[in-house]
Design a protein around this ligand. Structure first.
Ligand code: NAD
Length: 256
């Protein structure tokens, strides 16, 4: 028995990184997954491997959401879960952040999550689940990622409101708040096909050894396991909460 047997789950930003690991784990646990992304080639390849459905979905485009929901219903007849995972990161001090850049981040991270809830919730079966991907920076500040942190705080707020509004239908809405996770977002070397990923991961671990109490960067598979917990019956009495997965980074600082 899988933890998601018979359930249909849409995962956005699923072509790589945490979304890819969520698509893989959810499939292993018996779900029929809709792999959604703007990286069509990578998304299609993954979907073919998982025997899943691929949809081109730019999360900032309302019409794309309408098409994705229709495609999921056509293929599987129902939708039981959504993982709003797609996101982008830009580095800039606030005073140097062009408005266009700020709005680009808002469009994907914040509007994307809002449109996902808006388009999918009415189609979710009662008892369905939504997992929004916020961040460690959805709960605390971090210099040089002002646009990103603002959107991730917004995702936590959106999660709480959606949980209240959808609870009467038994739909649970929670957020995952990862710290530093070893994907292309934190480790752009992963995008270089010639890079030795083991070596770049070791370099990232070394960087986080001093910052993170558990002494290493997180793995996308670890975030996928949290998203699974929040998408299955194991979390049946949990809704409206942000879940930090950061190796203890947010717990505080060590001074001696
Ligand atoms: P990633 O860059 O490997 O994956 C992001 C995915 O989102 C990519 O597949 C990308 O194509 C997709 N995407 C980007 N814009 C999109 C759009 N407009 N529509 C649809 N898909 C789009 O990074 P990741 O670490 O796997 O990121 C997944 C989520 O986790 C993001 O929301 C990110 O903000 C969050 N997060 C990541 C970290 C980290 O350290 N990696 C930490 C905290 C939170």
């Amino acid at each position: 028995m899988g933890k998601l047997d018979g359930r249909v789950v849409i995962v956005t930003g699923a072509a790589r990184g945490q979304g890819e690991q969520e698509a893989r784990l959810f499939t292993e646990e018996g779900a029929r997954v809709v792999v959604a992304d703007v990286l069509d080639e990578q998304g299609r390849t993954l979907a073919a491997e998982l025997r899943a459905l691929y949809v081109h979905l730019d999360v900032g485009e309302e019409a794309d959401w309408t098409d994705a929901v229709a495609a999921a219903k056509r293929a599987y007849g129902r939708i039981d879960g959504l993982v709003n995972n797609a996101g982008i990161l830009r580095f800039n001090a606030l005073v140097n952040t062009p408005l266009d850049e700020f709005m680009q981040v808002v469009r994907v991270n914040q509007v994307g999550c809002f449109l996902g809830v808006k388009a999918v919730a009415p189609e979710l079966t009662d008892g369905g689940t939504i997992v929004n991907t916020a961040s460690y920076t959805g709960l605390t500040g971090m210099a040089a990622v002002g646009a990103y942190a603002a959107t991730k705080h917004a995702v936590v707020g959106l999660t709480r409101v959606a949980a209240l509004e959808l609870a009467p239908r038994g739909i649970r809405v929670n957020a995952v708040c990862p710290g530093a996770i070893d994907t292309a977002m934190s480790n752009p070397a992963r995008l270089d096909p010639d890079a030795d990923t083991e070596e770049t991961s070791r370099a990232l671990d070394a960087l986080y050894r001093k910052l993170v109490p558990l002494g290493r960067v997180g793995r996308p598979e670890e975030v996928a396991r949290l998203a699974l917990f929040l998408s299955c019956e194991d979390s049946s009495y949990i809704t409206g909460q942000p879940f930090v997965i950061d190796g203890g980074w947010l717990a505080g600082v060590t001074v001696i």
